[in-house]
Design a binder for this molecule. Structure first.
Ligand code: AMP
Length: 401
């Protein structure tokens, strides 16, 4: 059974076709710059064949048409026809408080996704657009929505309510929602397997450290707290997002620099974080190289990231009353031995001991804790598309029963 996984942005569409029994990705790709004369359609078949084509692509309908043509192209030898697509799994960023798990999409779900649009004005409209285009082009194929926020709906109210007038929650739905839910869920499930414990008896801290970063406290398999909040801006320092700061700073800067709301938003999301501190790049590889060459601002950017990560890890250990493991995932989490080692340094008093040699040499997934570390430390490669594909296949099974 093959599942098409779609992630639609305002001018982009990313996809993967996944064989659910093997978990293998048969083909994947993206269409960027949709709406322009020179949209770029890039795709891979298997592991070795890569293609890049430029077309005039006016909208998401056009984009998906190219994707379907590529998937069913006899020369590509992927699927004989669109009948080979059993279902489509859509990444939907915001499910508000309505969606606590993935759902089969019908008219009711569509209007509820619409209702969540004001919470994710940049993402949900594009996600919905992708769903509507699929319904138009592939009317017989079921669509399933998988939400970034759903996994965190188990947080208790004292973790998700902000200390604002309560009416801000009831009137404007202002609360912590959390994001990256599919990734945190995937690595927590994988960690439970690696630890040889049922997920419902496993408590872990998952550190998703990429261009966007968040950390999650997962107690007995359920998210009880996470660092991203009302939007993906809160929490850890990210590539170009500030993470936590004193909210009064924003008011101060708006008045001092005479910024519009749009400009302030852009500063916080696109010009802050690692990029803002270093003044140079949001790329951890480049920052690490610059730090080794003695660049003080690169060093400072990484030090702040590591310091704040450590504070979150220790805070979540307190919130959970301990944990079985700490997991690192995503671009930085999977690849930066420096970040892993330094964010867990001097925590032996809490039962956390990293094995420096294993940490430096690890490739792929595995344990990097010392044998005497009470809390295990793991590196796991995240795979959000596989979670979406599996949820989609499970929904399909339920529907057939
Ligand atoms: P992601 O958003 O998960 O793709 O992660 C992107 C981040 O991972 C960027 O900051 C990259 O510089 C970082 N990254 C990727 N590979 C490495 C590596 N080998 N060492 C350090 N950072 C890396």
């Amino acid at each position: 059974m093959s599942i098409l996984v779609l992630n639609c942005g305002s001018s982009s569409l990313k996809y993967q076709l996944i064989n659910i029994s093997s978990g293998m990705c048969l083909t994947k790709g993206s269409v960027e710059k949709i709406g322009g004369n020179e949209a770029i359609f890039s795709y891979e078949i298997g592991k070795n064949e890569r293609f890049k084509e430029v077309y005039q692509i006016f909208d998401h309908t056009d984009a998906l048409t190219y994707v379907i043509k590529s998937i069913t192209n006899p020369d590509h030898n992927i699927l004989k026809s669109i009948d080979g697509i059993a279902a489509i799994g859509h990444r939907v960023v915001h499910g508000g408080e309505k969606f606590t798990e993935s759902v089969l999409i019908d008219d009711g779900v569509i209007s509820e996704i619409r209702e969540c649009m004001e919470l994710a004005p940049l993402h949900n409209p594009a996600n919905l657009q992708g769903i509507l285009v699929c319904m138009k082009l592939l009317p017989d194929v079921p669509n399933i929505a998988v939400f970034d926020t759903a996994f965190h709906q188990t947080m208790p109210d004292y973790a998700y309510i902000y200390a604002l007038p309560y009416v801000m929650y009831t009137r404007h739905k202002i609360r912590r929602y959390g994001f990256h839910g599919t990734s945190h869920r995937f690595v927590a499930e994988r960690a439970a397997k690696m630890l040889g414990k049922p997920l419902k008896n496993t408590s872990v801290i998952t550190c998703h450290l990429g261009n966007g970063s968040s950390i999650c406290a997962i107690k007995n398999g359920k998210s009880i707290d996470t660092s991203m909040g009302f939007t993906p801006l809160e929490g850890l320092i990210m590539g170009s997002r500030s993470g936590d700061l004193d909210p009064a700073i924003i008011l101060h800067i708006i008045s001092k620099e005479e910024l519009t709301v749009h400009e302030a938003n852009s500063m916080l999301n696109k010009h802050s974080g690692l990029l803002g501190i270093s003044g140079n790049t949001n790329d951890m590889r480049e920052l690490t190289e610059s730090m080794k060459k003695g660049d003080k601002r690169a060093q400072l950017a990484i030090s702040i990231l590591v310091y704040r990560l450590k504070k979150y890890i220790c805070g979540y250990l307190g919130a959970m009353g301990g944990a079985d493991a700490i997991i690192f995932t995503a671009g930085i989490g999977e690849n930066s031995a420096y970040v892993r080692e330094n964010s867990l340094s001097n925590l032996e008093f809490m039962g956390i001991k990293i094995d420096k040699r294993k940490n430096k040499s690890i490739t792929g997934e595995g344990f990097i804790s010392g044998n005497d570390s009470k809390i295990k430390i793991l590196v796991i490669s995240t795979n959000e598309e596989l979670v979406i594909a599996r949820d989609t296949a499970n929904m399909l099974k339920k529907r057939k029963k």
